[in-house]
Design a protein. Structure first.
Length: 255
């Protein structure tokens, strides 16, 4: 017996031509039995499907998810890295996929963080793209980019700057207002009054990281005023809710 045949015998067992039919059975190699992968799924502990579920990683995140499920208007206030935007968009995608809403509306102010990008080439949409990029990133983490583009094309997902929201009524929608600390009191008042029937609105932001001049941000004032309203949830996340690199919490503790 050759070396190759010996290895085959060890791997597949002794060859028995009787288990094949036809005169040419000797030229047919059987599949390995017992060693290869089986579609029957003998390894029952292995996860066969890929489902992206939302699981809170802190008490503050659990409170935020519970508030989004229970209230039509939620304000998520907290430092960077606490998952405010991600959880809001994840719940928006969940509501859209479940048929609870007909569309997702994402908005954020086009405020420059210390430097001007108005000189960038392109039309208005090209200039706004860098401001809205974080929203696309969060969406693509929950849906494939192909599906995101398809939903945007059919109008099921809309991403727009704050300046385009005036005069609208957002019915049957899940609305996320991101980076609300860069909105003035007047802008927030305008945005909050866009809420329509069968809709949910989540406002996220960190009053301590506003790119506006001192005293212009209206997020902290609005959140304080809404604390007394029973039908509005104001969730205040803290440093212990930060889920980014542990160094982020340490830095925010001294900055």
């Amino acid at each position: 017996m050759t070396k190759r045949a010996l290895k085959r015998t060890v791997r597949e067992g002794a060859f028995d031509q009787a288990q094949f039919h036809g005169d040419d059975g000797g030229k047919v190699r059987r599949l390995p039995v017992g060693n290869g992968w089986s579609p029957l799924g003998r390894d029952e502990d292995r996860e066969q499907g890929y489902l992206k579920t939302i699981k809170p990683k802190s008490d503050g995140q659990a409170e935020l998810i519970k508030a989004i499920d229970a209230k039509s208007l939620v304000m998520a206030i907290g430092p960077a890295g606490t998952g405010k935007t991600y959880l809001a968009i994840a719940k928006a995608v969940e509501a859209l996929e479940a048929g609870k809403v007909a569309r997702i509306v994402l908005s954020r102010p086009a405020v420059e963080a210390g430097e001007s990008i108005g000189y960038l080439p392109g039309d208005m949409e090209d200039k706004l793209a860098p401001y809205l990029r974080p929203l696309y990133d969060a969406l693509s983490d929950r849906l494939s980019m192909k599906r995101v583009r398809a939903l945007i094309a059919e109008g099921a997902i809309e991403i727009a700057p704050v300046g385009y929201m005036r005069g609208r009524t957002l019915n049957n929608a899940f609305v996320v207002i991101d980076e609300a600390q860069n909105c003035t009191y007047g802008q927030l008042k305008m945005l909050l009054t866009r809420l329509g029937w069968h809709s949910t609105m989540v406002v996220t932001g960190d009053p301590n990281q506003s790119d506006l001049l001192t005293g212009l941000s209206g997020l902290g004032d609005v959140a304080d005023r809404f604390e007394v309203l029973p039908n509005v949830a104001v969730v205040r996340l803290a440093e212990q809710d930060i889920v980014r690199h542990p160094l982020v919490a340490e830095m925010l503790g001294v900055l």
